[in-house]
Design a protein around this ligand. Structure first.
Ligand code: IPM
Ligand code: MG
Length: 360
């Protein structure tokens, strides 16, 4: 079959890791007789440098026209990069928020699991990591504080800034349904995270999630306050299966969840709309400090490509093949610097890409 994939190499390590993911996809295409047509678009700093804005209408149109979008990472060093001297709506991150909104990518899936082979890299106590964990955060991605009305004003000589957190019931319902659907294919538990002891938006969130849960009698639903969830993630991550939460809480908790795996360079993510269409990207950022050195870990991007095959292109066998190839590379002892432990075989970004490609 023929598929059109729009790629966003982006900034920092983005171009090097996307390059490796394309090599892996090309090997899959060769093995299974598919054709992947790639079209690269600019986003983030790379787009600012050429067009003066982080995302053009043409780039959005190219993304919409594809079967799926594969992204590396965007953004630079916020302290030193000239991109951060621009007004906020022209900075790299604005491009990412815009593409999420324009493509209607309201459900952000961020799995965090502990790889057996990498248990030594886990930052948790050994008795906790010994239990293992495999959870997925389903983060609402196109509402809440990120997209609410905001302003900065000066009143009577006093500077004042406002951000607003709004959700309507439809926005909550559609992402809740995604979370319950995902849980029904996993261990059948949804933990909905909110701050219902303080926020109105959280109280509505809880009501709507309760309503949705009535259609899923075999799924256990629990509600958890976000501060408690932050604590439980380091205390007992094995209790979680699907964690459902709003945009800002999901941003914070997903960084925490990926960090406790000890291998943020391994974690993929998917951002989905109501159809099968999605944007796939590693959970980590653009790591400008190591860009261009061929030492980044390409695995999260390669696993994002596997998620893309599974969710958007209906190629689950091919996706399984990529995941198995990654596991084999780890089992054979290959490690990029970020996941290296003594006695293992240290390899570069491109070597890791090649080894995984050869395992397919
Ligand atoms: C993420 C990132 C983005 C977010 C930034 C870069 C705008 O942190 O994807 O988690 O906050 O959503
Ligand atoms: Mg984040």
């Amino acid at each position: 079959m023929v598929f059109n994939i729009t790629c966003i190499p982006g900034d920092g390590i983005g171009p090097e890791i996307v390059k490796q993911a394309k090599l892996v996809l090309d090997r899959v295409a060769e093995k299974y007789g598919h054709t992947f047509n790639y079209k690269d678009i600019l986003m983030g700093g790379a787009s600012i440098d050429v067009h003066g804005i982080p995302l053009t209408d043409e780039a959005i149109a190219d993304a919409k026209a594809a079967d799926a979008v594969l992204m590396g990472s965007i953004g630079g060093d916020t302290n030193t990069s000239p991109w951060y001297k621009l007004e906020p709506s022209k900075r790299p991150e604005a491009g990412l928020l815009k593409i999420r909104k324009e493509l209607g990518l309201f459900a952000n899936l961020r799995p965090a699991l502990l790889y057996k082979e990498l248990a030594d890299a886990c930052v948790l106590k050994k008795e906790t990591s010994d239990q293992g964990f495999d959870l997925i955060i389903v983060r609402e991605l196109t509402g809440g504080l990120y997209f609410g009305k905001r302003e900065t004003v000066t009143e009577n000589g006093i500077r004042k800034a406002t951000d607003t957190l709004t959700y309507d019931e439809n926005e909550i319902r559609r992402v809740a349904i995604k979370a319950f659907d995902i849980a029904s294919k996993r261990r059948k538990k949804v933990t909905s995270v909110d701050k219902a002891n303080v926020l109105d938006s959280s109280r509505l969130w809880r009501q709507v999630v309760n309503e949705v849960s009535k259609d899923y009698p075999d799924i256990t639903l629990e509600h958890m306050l976000v501060d408690n969830c932050a604590m439980q993630l380091v205390k007992d991550p094995a209790q979680f299966d699907v964690v459902l939460t709003e945009n800002m809480f999901g941003d914070i908790l997903s960084d925490e969840a990926s960090m406790i795996t000890g291998s943020i360079g391994m974690l993929a993510s998917a951002s989905l709309n109501e159809t099968k269409f999605g944007l796939y990207e590693p959970s980590h950022g653009s790591a400008p400090d190591i860009a261009g050195k061929d030492i980044a870990n390409p695995i999260a991007t390669i696993l994002s490509a596997a998620m893309m095959l599974r969710f958007s292109l209906d190629l689950s066998k091919e996706a399984d093949d990529i995941e198995a190839a990654v596991k084999k590379a780890l089992a054979d002892g290959y490690r990029t610097g970020d996941i290296y432990t003594e006695g293992m075989k240290k390899c570069s970004c491109s070597e890791m890409g090649r080894i995984i490609t050869e395992n397919i």
